[in-house]
Design a protein around this ligand. Structure first.
Ligand SMILES: Nc1ncnc2c1ncn2[C@@H]1O[C@H](COP(=O)(O)OP(=O)(O)OP(=O)(O)O)[C@@H](O)[C@H]1O
Ligand SMILES: [Mg+2]
Length: 449
């Protein structure tokens, strides 16, 4: 990946010359246009290591290079290059020397940059996230193409037509499948914040409780200011930290019920403490103890995780999860980040066939060509589900007035698809056969039956 701190024209020129590499500039992530500390922090938080940071010579190279040098994260092993004209009143040699003193390379244009720092052959270094493979780069191109093309084919893709043919009753049948006793776990994750993890966790739990009639609990495992419990009116004040403290005294379901907020669908909600320090004090042992207790009393546990994959609690949820929902919104930058995230999960040997990609807040008519998206992710993820933007749902949740029976048809179907994808792939002796590799996943199988 190449990160560009400079104007859009520079990023375009770099994209053209380094055609096989992911290029992230301010158009993809507007924070890169901010002042140096913010811009570099944003770049460092990207999920793919940057092999190269390109700084436009007119953009405060001294500060950007210094910040990039100590940023770590995605910029840990990055080289920095300053591209463009030297400032007036300084010789070429003096300019190059001053840039070298910043630990960077001075080049006059992108062609010289390509000659001096050409793209390396793809390698996988043990223990690190690899640079994007050529396959991944091709996929990124597909995403870019897909997202930029405002194609509105009549009737949408064949997959969408297939999806529509899968009626609600069929979805309910998949969701109700017999899971034979043992408690199952679904983790809802994303490398991006604010993409709808909490909303999806809440709705997924509601559908599972309502359709299966199971005991379902949704747990806020966001390490920083989780907002799950805000979605229910009259929440109980207890949090996962209180539950852990009271663990030895909780011997009955009745005692556990005092620590969770129940909702009309029968789904319970376990809140996170608002103090991130308190959440982090729980530690791996704490989460495991709470998880063990919940498994004894519930049929399904949904973990509403925080942003990113590396914090202890998300790592814990991923280890315990039978299924994972990766949430993404259909914008170019989010989608690229999701590709990086998928590559990261693969690198950590997480079996993403246990995963469903939820494309949240898609708009009616659809700007995404889901078929091409399926092709891009073929064999890499279990299923893909589109969830529409639903203002009424958002309003109802924000005001604590959500009612399951008021869910609009399209939104309700989307959440049922999501639940069917997750439940359809949960391990049980009675298996629901999946079609081939990915894409249509459980839903295609349901359609064929
Ligand atoms: N499909 C949707 N339709 C309408 N609004 C939505 C949808 N999905 C999410 N939202 C709204 O977007 C906002 C952010 O969603 P949410 O809190 O679920 O994201 P998040 O990924 O959990 O965020 P965080 O990273 O802070 O935990 C909320 O106001 C939510 O109601
Ligand atoms: Mg959240």
């Amino acid at each position: 990946m190449i990160v560009v701190f400079g104007p859009a024209e520079l990023a375009d020129a770099i994209s053209a010359v380094f055609a096989a590499e992911l290029v992230i500039g301010a158009r993809e992530d507007e924070r890169l246009a901010a002042e140096p500390a913010t811009a570099v922090a944003a770049a460092a938080s990207l999920p793919i290591p940057a092999r190269l940071c390109v700084v436009a010579s007119e953009r405060d190279p001294a500060e950007l290079c210094a910040e990039a040098g100590r940023a770590g994260g995605a910029l840990e092993a990055t080289r920095t290059a300053v591209v463009g004209k030297r400032p007036p009143g300084i010789t070429e040699a003096a300019w190059r020397t001053s840039v070298e003193q910043l630990g960077a390379l001075a080049v006059k244009d992108v062609v010289e940059l390509a000659a001096r720092l050409p793209a390396p052959a793809p390698t996988t270094v043990r223990g690190r996230i690899p640079d994007p493979s050529p396959a991944m780069v091709r996929e990124a191109a597909v995403w870019r193409d897909t997202l930029r093309t405002r194609r509105r084919r009549r009737g949408g893709s064949s997959l969408r037509r297939a999806d529509r043919r899968i009626g609600e009753q069929q979805l309910d049948a998949v969701i109700r499948r017999n899971l034979e006793g043992r408690c199952r776990t679904v983790a809802v994750i994303s490398p991006k914040g604010g993409v709808g993890k909490t909303l999806l966790s809440f709705l997924l739990g509601s559908v599972l409780a309502s359709v299966r009639g199971d005991r379902v609990v949704v747990v806020d495992t966001n390490p920083d200011f989780g907002s799950l419990a805000d979605l229910v009116p009259h929440r109980v004040p207890a949090t996962i930290a209180d539950l852990l403290r009271s663990l030895p005294q909780i011997t009955s379901r009745h005692q556990l019920e005092a620590m969770v907020t129940s909702t009309p669908t029968g789904m319970d909600v376990l809140a996170a403490p608002q103090d991130p320090a308190e959440m982090s004090r729980l530690g791996g042992g704490g989460y495991a103890a709470v998880d063990d207790l919940l498994r004894r009393h519930y049929d399904l546990v949904v973990y509403d995780c925080g942003t990113g994959f590396l914090d202890e609690v998300t790592q814990f949820a991923l280890r315990r999860a039978d299924q994972v929902v990766v949430v993404c919104t259909p914008q170019l930058v989010t989608s690229r980040i999701i590709l990086g995230a998928i590559a990261h999960l693969e690198e950590t040997r997480f079996d993403l066939r246990r995963g469903t990609l939820a494309l949240n807040t898609t708009t009616p008519g659809g700007d995404l060509d889901v078929e091409r998206l399926h092709a891009a992710l073929e064999g890499r993820i279990g299923g893909i589900v589109e969830v529409p933007h639903d203002e009424r749902l958002q309003r109802d949740l924000d005001l604590g007035e959500f009612r399951y029976d008021r869910l609009r048809g399209r939104t309700r179907l989307a959440f049922k698809r999501l639940a069917a994808e997750a439940v359809g792939r949960l391990p049980a002796t009675v298996s629901v056969e999946l079609t081939g590799t990915a894409g249509g996943g459980v839903l295609s199988a349901a359609e064929q039956r």
